[in-house]
Design a protein around this ligand. Sequence first.
Ligand code: PAD
Ligand code: ZN
Length: 364
Amino acid sequence: MPIRTTAAIAFEPGKPMVVEEVDLDPPGEGEVLVQTGAAGLCHTDLDVLDGSSPIPITFPVVLGHEGAGVVLEVGAGVRNLKPGDHVIAFGPECGLCGSCRHPTGNFCDSTFSGVVVDPTMTSGGRAIRAGYAIGTFAKHFVTDQIRLVGVRKDAPFDEISYLSCGATTGIGAAVVSANVHSGASVIIFGLGGIGLNIIQGARMAGATTIIGVDINPAKAAIARRLGATAFVNPLVAGDGLVGLLNEMTHGGADFTFEAAGRISTMQQALAAARIGWGVCTIVGVAPAGETIDVLPFDLIMGRKLQGTTLGGFRGSQLPELVDWLMEGRFDLKSLITDHLPLEKINEGYDKMRRGEGLRSVLTF
Ligand code: PAD
Ligand code: ZN
């Protein structure tokens, strides 16, 4: 029997989502039905909604890849989860493929397999897909067990839903992918839901110079509260931005991060990394088809350019991250500036377009 629930459906790119009732297919083999407790609004979904994302997603679709909730029902063959468990949706970890068997791989071979799978919902006779094979912008969602991680039950849903992507990506970019070391100098371009967590990760790793760069001056105070030692506004620095950053880091930073999702800031992040050993990590997702210009000599001079998905973390590492959260080692509470009902999801994304607030979370 299908499960009657409510979901925010994106019918076509560039149009607001429509919140309406849908019939969700019950969990099949290896699948799990989750009652959504909270779902975070990530910029990646905004780019998909606006039609500029390189991620291959077919409309109509229920988006949302950040989410946490309670398991209601499990399909045949589900090994590690049972009704009542609290779970976080995350990038898949099948445990068997080349990536999962690699010591540092976190891009499971099944990552994109779900994006084009058969529709899993219907509304008014129309077939609807679950975005990223998850689709958390709904009161319930069904997904594969390899995209869910069971976690302790005392952790609040709004905060752990942010660990589905944004917070984990930011913290992991610093502590896992770039492996920032103590005493390091770090520059972060773009202080949104991701960049602010890169600041927290850099602070946890013991970096002593942490420079936040954002065109929105409202980000300065929160950046400093989370551990930034300086804030630079590119609109004030103008063409001298990279020169100023080089001066502040005595010739370039040990680690730079791009979390604004723009080619221009990617170029700046690479140029702001120290000749000899600076590592530039691309976290932001640039519009489809756009490319970065890299002078081979920049790399020959010892700069390194790399990218990261989900900060290099695997799902099986999330329970430890939840422990860190509950121990107060990093702060997500002050980053969640809006709690919205599903019906107001478009307002949440309008706020993100206007650059207002930090992170919006849907609560159910
Ligand atoms: P957000 O909209 O909350 O933040 C973006 C920030 O960038 C805002 O504070 C802007 O003011 C700032 N910004 C814009 N232009 C500039 C500029 N020229 N210079 C400096 N700052 C600027 O987005 P978010 O933090 O949710 O996401 C950021 C990017 O990370 C986005 O491209 C998203 O798609 C990507 C992402 N990547 C992964 C991954 O696994 N690699 C995961 C999740 C999100
Ligand atoms: Zn995301």
